[in-house]
Design a protein around this ligand. Structure first.
Ligand code: COA
Length: 261
């Protein structure tokens, strides 16, 4: 199913691993890479056998070393808006993806690479991971949602520190500030990331989808509206086979087998 130049998709059981494969340029994001990434996620949305995604970069050196500086250097005020918009739209698609997306960050996650990891639902890091937003050193700002998502995840003070200094943080600090859920040894990192994703995908697929929907919906609405939305999704889940299976399995002291409906 991988018809793309820069994006590879490999499936193992219910997990699809999406690899950004532009290793010689440390997987830097040009418009083609971003476009293909969007297409890959569209395809995986429709694939009922896939219950979760691990997003990673080819090679050990980088997850993604940022937007392609060669492209950015040609920007005009008008085209710059389009450059930002293209990344924002694809990253938003990933953030609102109905199945859990785990970023597996080995090596550099800089600029747009850090923003891409932030758009995923969860992040795990290899011991050699380095996160950073070096944009201000290039005379620009993060333009793929990083000015919004970083502060939501790690708090305003830390987001300001990372954005204004442009300095990198290593895996250990990334874990300590909540930027990643866990650090996994380099040896066996990809398998470790898939194992982590399985901790999520073992749960009821429709419940996972609705949990994501409720959480992200709440970010764009007021408390009363968000609580109403939560209640409606909570009620909706009572109509699913998965709820009957989950509760039935508990009562019968066995493991559930979810069908995703
Ligand atoms: N855009 C375009 N090309 C990039 C890139 C980016 N963001 N990041 C790395 N590359 C390219 C390099 O130009 C180099 O290409 P070349 O071999 O044709 O010269 C190749 O990837 C390898 O990178 P290199 O810089 O030689 O590796 P390094 O180990 O010395 O340094 C980094 C690694 C990540 C520290 C360094 O590449 C870097 O600072 N990259 C830019 C990071 C950045 O500012 N990102 C935000 C952009 S908004």
């Amino acid at each position: 199913m991988s018809d793309w130049t820069y994006v590879r998709v490999d499936k193992e059981d219910e997990i699809a691993t999406v690899t950004i494969d532009r290793e010689k340029k440390l997987n830097a994001l040009n418009p083609d890479v971003i476009g293909e990434l969007g297409e890959a996620f569209e395809t995986l949305r429709e694939d009922e056998a896939v219950r979760g995604i691990v997003l990673t970069g080819a090679g050990e050196k980088a997850f993604v070393a940022g937007a392609d500086i060669g492209v950015l250097a040609q920007m005009t005020p008008t085209s710059g808006v389009g450059v930002s918009r293209q990344g924002q739209e694809v990253f938003r698609k990933i953030e609102r993806f109905p199945k859990p997306v785990v970023a597996a960050v080995g090596g550099y996650a800089l600029g747009g690479g850090c923003e891409l990891a932030l758009a995923c639902h969860l992040r795990v890091a290899s011991e050699n991971a380095q996160f950073g937003l070096p944009e201000v050193g290039l005379g620009i700002i993060p333009g793929y949602g990083g000015t919004i998502r970083l502060a939501r995840l790690v708090g305003l003070g830390r987001a300001l520190e990372l954005t204004l200094t442009g300095e990198m943080v290593d895996a250990e600090r990334a874990e300590s500030i909540g930027l990643v859920s866990r650090v996994i040894p380099r040896d066996g990192f990809q398998e470790g990331a898939v194992d982590f994703a399985r901790k999520v995908t073992k749960n009821a697929p429709v419940a996972l989808e609705k949990a994501l929907e409720a959480i992200y919906h709440s970010l764009d609405s007021n408390t009363v509206e968000a609580l109403n939305y939560e209640s409606s999704l909570f009620g909706l889940l009572a109509s699913t086979e998965d709820m009957k299976e989950g509760m039935g399995a508990f009562q019968e002291k066995r493991k559930p087998s979810f069908k995703g409906r």
